[in-house]
Design a protein around this ligand. Structure first.
Ligand SMILES: Cc1ncc(COP(=O)(O)O)c(C=O)c1O
Length: 368
């Protein structure tokens, strides 16, 4: 089937450029130093052909948030003739039926090592025997995890997990200070505390196999921390595969290619300096009210506000587009934007390849 052109697509439409995603992955591997030191979070990627790009780049260990992401990723292994994902951490706290589903997933993919998180030793007995266990460490984000200084509980988790103990998961998603020096200083202070806990585990005779830190804003700081370079440490940025307006602000000195855009049409011209497009909050997730989206064709235009099916932009009347014009919008926050679409148009450096399902969006239907 001939891939659709932009003109043939109804809007809003999610567009993913595999060439840009491939180069973003290569740039991240280069800055991290090796595909082995990266455990990317695939909640951003969401589509199987992009997960396959990680495998092509030699990445074998991943983080997921949902069982659906894990399942789509694990299925890439058969498609990749055994060179697929070897190690998948569900970086989430699972209970009851989710643990049963994870056990079934592990059984279906016996060559993939699955793990999950706990924050208390009391959770360990409920984790199926075939599944590894990481201690979730709170470095100050206060979302999940046990306090980084609670070495007694970390030890209890490690002892309860025995050979299934994978190590420490210490995600510092709260480290996105605007000042890069300040961000690095505060991130390093957190990593010092994780290393203290790591040292105490070693003194107690327990070898934490792996320490996992850092999403996109903090990972450059993790790479300049000398102590982390001496242990089995991995960083876990995920947004770097596509980038968005937020990561452009967060990583000002990185080469960034926007791999995801939302194709939209100008729907209305409310006044001489305003235009409204047909993509709103059901197609684009804003990082903040001031960082909704930017049009590639009109970077000067400022997104003012969103409703469910509309975003209103202000621009100089001299450059205002016409009704029906196509625009490509770079989202403020790409991860939840990709999650909003059920299908996407895949491109390769500007050439349409075809439509693909956003297979890992949302959660698996209830009852499956
Ligand atoms: C636990 C965890 N690890 C890694 C990431 C990836 O971070 P980023 O989206 O900044 O790349 C996230 C993002 O939400 C996360 O929640």
């Amino acid at each position: 089937m001939t891939p659709p052109t932009f003109e043939a697509l109804s809007t809003p439409a999610l567009v993913i450029d595999l060439g840009s995603a491939r180069r973003n992955i290569a740039a991240a591997v280069k800055s991290i130093g090796s595909p082995d030191r990266w455990r990317p979070h695939v909640k951003t990627a969401k589509v199987a052909p992009v997960m396959a790009l990680y495998l092509d780049a030699g990445v074998r260990q991943f983080k997921c948030a949902t069982l659906l992401e894990a399942s789509v990723l694990a299925d890439c292994r058969s498609a990749a003739n055994g060179t697929g994902p070897a190690d998948i951490l569900i970086a989430h706290h699972l209970f009851g039926p989710a643990l049963v589903q994870l056990e079934a997933l592990a059984k279906k993919h016996p060559t993939v090592r699955f793990s999950t998180l706990v924050e208390s030793a009391s959770q360990v007995p409920s984790v199926p025997d075939s599944v590894g266990v990481f201690a979730d460490i709170d470095l100050g984000m206060h979302r999940t995890g046990l306090d980084v200084d609670d070495v007694a509980e970390t030890l209890a988790i490690a002892r309860a997990a025995g050979p299934r103990f994978g190590g420490l998961h210490a995600y510092d998603g709260h480290r996105h200070e605007h000042d890069l020096g300040e961000r690095e200083r505060l991130a390093h202070a957190g990593y010092d505390r994780v290393l203290r806990s790591h040292g105490e585990l070693q003194s107690a005779g327990i070898e934490p196999v792996e320490i996992i830190t850092s999403g996109t804003p903090a990972y450059p700081a993790a790479l300049t921390h000398s102590g982390l370079g001496e242990i089995h440490h991995r960083v876990s940025p995920g947004t770097v595969v596509y980038h968005d307006l937020r990561t452009r602000e967060q990583l000002p000195d990185h080469a960034i290619e926007f791999a995801v855009t939302v194709l939209t049409r100008v729907a209305s011209l409310p006044s001489t300096d305003l235009f409204t497009v047909d993509a709103g909050s059901k197609a684009i997730e804003a990082a903040s009210p001031s960082l909704i989206a930017s049009a590639i064709e009109l970077p000067e235009a400022k997104a003012l506000r969103q409703s469910e099916e509309h975003t209103v932009f202000r621009c100089d009347p001299a450059i205002r587009p016409s009704r029906g014009d196509l625009l490509r919008l770079v989202p403020g926050h790409v991860c939840p934007t990709v999650n909003l679409a059920s299908t996407c148009l895949l491109m390769e450096d500007g050439q349409p390849l075809g439509l693909a399902p956003v297979a890992a969006r949302g959660h698996a239907p209830l009852g499956t």
